[in-house]
Design a protein. Sequence first.
Length: 373
Amino acid sequence: MPLILTEEQTMLKDAADGFLNEHAPIAHLRQLRDSHDADGVSRDLWRAFGEMGFAGVIIPEEHGGSGLGAVEAGVVAEALGRTLTPSPFMGSGVLSAKVLVDGGSAEQQAAWLPKIAAGEAMLALAIDEGGKHAPSKWTTTAERSGNGFRLNGAKGFVLDGHVADALIVAALTENGLTLFLVDPKTSGVEIERTVMVDAHNAARVTLTDVAVDADAVIGAVDGGEALLEGAMNLGRACAAASLTGAGDQAFQSTLEYLRTRKQFGKAIGEFQALQHRAAHLFTEIELARAAVMGALQRLDAGREDAGLAVSVAKAKAGRVAELAVQEAVQMHGGVGMTDEYDVGLFMKRVRVLNELLGDAGFHTDRLAKAQGY
């Protein structure tokens, strides 16, 4: 399959870029950051996301969504990367929605999917526990108690967990991993907002003898690993798309600066050394974009190698975006380090996205182990 967008997907891209450039440019991020907004996200913007069909891009039409696939989710994620927009799209519209679409009961889907698609609800997927993404090292437990379970443990880096209307918690049960739908107002749930370096939001969630009924289980008891892997792969591919968007936008800003900044009576973009660096960065961004597109297409096709393609995309996009923001700061010179210019904001966002659901080191190790190393 060609590694390019179809006509319909291109229309979605234009719509997402146009909407975010008008309603949530980088100035929107600055306003939320500088006003110390209590939520750190705009609920009005999330509802508008729902009205545009972006929030429910992967949610089936019978639940109010657009019924589209991974490529379309990646298109929206890349647009968010370009504008650095704080949005619950990743936590709600991608990770949580994917879990519910694949494994939610009819009651769970009816209760939450239409609200996510309409931008009326925010959900958060609570999985990571340590400083690094490590799916094999979870310690949160769920022990049977009466007709339900009691959850104990702590989660970190829970995207928009402080504003979530519901939490999807991964916990170890007797013979495997199980996912639970938890009301954040339940006794024993403590949530602490953590404003990240890029002015986006996450939370720490502590669970102390949190009682949930059996109907809080998503999918089957001990059967959460496959559900979670599907959600994480989609989330990783969308994070890679956001990295590509952020890296490319930083590159575009740098090109504009090279055209307008003058030194020794000429635009600095005329200096061959900078032209070579810009040309190299352009090719790297295009390679990353192709890797991301390939991973998203494999997810839509349900291919067995989709997970490995996702790891290739996440690792490549992360390293290229890191190069893009480093070059952007350096080519801007001293002013690139000031808050007045946006390139520093892109650098911070790339650092956070690189850690989300596994950095380049995690994914290269995943690839190596899959090939027997």
